[in-house]
Design a protein around this ligand. Structure first.
Ligand SMILES: CC(C)(COP(=O)(O)OP(=O)(O)OC[C@H]1O[C@@H](n2cnc3c(N)ncnc32)[C@H](O)[C@@H]1OP(=O)(O)O)[C@@H](O)C(=O)NCCC(=O)NCCS
Length: 323
């Protein structure tokens, strides 16, 4: 684990340590720090993708910086490869009775932007809706907003489910080991231009099939026989201290050759019906604000925006203006 000293005090002297997959003990410590922060917060603080990459000891995809002061871990920035870019997420647990640790977050982003992996391609900082430092950090570092991601939700009431059933089409469950290659090709075709969902490798799929939450019965493929050309992959999030159990439309797509024929609506409805049958009351999904086809489809099914995550482009080797 390389150490770089940090010249700024927040409030006391801080060391920023670089962590890569070459140091599994440091990655495990980072993972434990994330777990502890999430347990204390009672809610996920990093994305599923970053969590899975962090815990996959066979990969070499982790590049992170960890801020430490007096042996106390203050926060971290974790970078993972995405489709043609590197995605960064920052975790900075703080005392909510005080102001947000803007300077620390800015420093972590500056440090991660100087790590090897991050400088090879564009670096995108995803800032989650509940993080109070987004604007101050973006202003301080001169970051440009790049994308907005909507989290949309809907109550799966009896009436709605009855309506969704009228659109639903026959599906079958994904079969691990049999459908992997066909599904990857379909996913990568449908999401060719997407920042995180496109260009998935077999490892990206393998990590998810091995995740504790994976349930093949909620991974629906259409048609019910033969090679799939549309799918809806659902994921159940157990209740936590902030939210009731949520049933997520985790990934949904229709092969471009079959778009515009009602399959997107049918598969979304099939997924929501499946989640309701699992006893879930609230359906949820994430969608790019710019994906007008998908947003209007979800609105027509009664979904409303719950919160907005934002992505900022981080120039390589950011020079912050500490004031
Ligand atoms: C989004 C997607 C699933 C829609 O599937 P589809 O089969 O083409 O959509 P449908 O034919 O079922 O249309 C359903 C609704 O979507 C909206 N829609 C579909 N295509 C649209 C377009 N080109 N422009 C605007 N709205 C559109 C409309 O509201 C439509 O309802 P309507 O037919 O009553 O007007 C599909 O385009 C897709 O797979 N896109 C790439 C992957 C993706 O973005 N997935 C969603 C990630 S959250």
């Amino acid at each position: 684990m390389a150490e770089t000293s940090c010249p700024h005090d927040y409030p006391h002297r801080v060391e920023v340590r670089r962590i890569t997959s070459q140091d599994p003990a440091a990655v495990a410590m980072l993972s434990e720090f994330v777990d502890q922060a999430e347990r204390a917060h009672g809610h996920p603080l990093i994305s599923d993708n970053v969590r899975l990459v962090l815990r996959d000891s066979s990969g070499d995809d982790v590049s992170a910086v960890l801020a430490v002061a007096d042996q106390e871990h203050l926060g971290c920035a974790i970078a993972c490869p995405a489709n043609g870019s590197t995605v960064v997420e920052v975790l900075a647990p703080h005392d909510h009775s005080l102001g947000p640790p803007t300077e620390l977050v800015a420093r972590l982003i500056e440090e991660i932007s100087q790590c090897g992996r991050a400088t090879s391609e564009s670096l995108v900082w995803w800032c989650r809706g509940h993080e109070p430092w987004a604007d101050a950090v973006a202003t301080r570092l001169g970051l440009v907003e790049h994308r907005r991601l909507l989290q949309m939700r809907v109550r799966l009431s009896t009436d709605r489910i009855a309506n969704y059933r009228t659109f639903s089409v026959p599906t079958r469950s994904f079969q691990p080991g049999i459908d992997d290659a066909g599904w990857l090709a379909l996913n990568n075709r449908a999401f060719a231009d997407h920042g995180e969902q496109g260009n998935w490798s077999p490892s990206d799929l393998r990590r998810r099939l091995a995740a504790p939450w994976f349930d093949a019965s909620g991974f629906l493929l259409h048609p019910a026989e033969g090679a799939p050309y549309a799918f809806c992959w659902t994921k159940v999030h157990p209740a936590d201290s902030h939210d009731p159990a949520l049933g997520e439309i985790y990934v949904i797509a229709v092969d471009p050759d079959h778009a515009g024929q009602g399959l997107g609506r049918a598969l979304t409805c099939a997924g929501l019906v499946h989640l309701a049958e699992c006893g879930i009351d609230i359906g949820m999904l994430h969608v790019d604000a710019s994906n007008t086809a998908a947003v209007s489809l979800y609105q027509s099914l009664g979904m409303v925006v719950h919160h907005v995550d934002r992505a900022f482009l981080v120039p390589q080797r950011v020079v912050p203006s500490h004031t």
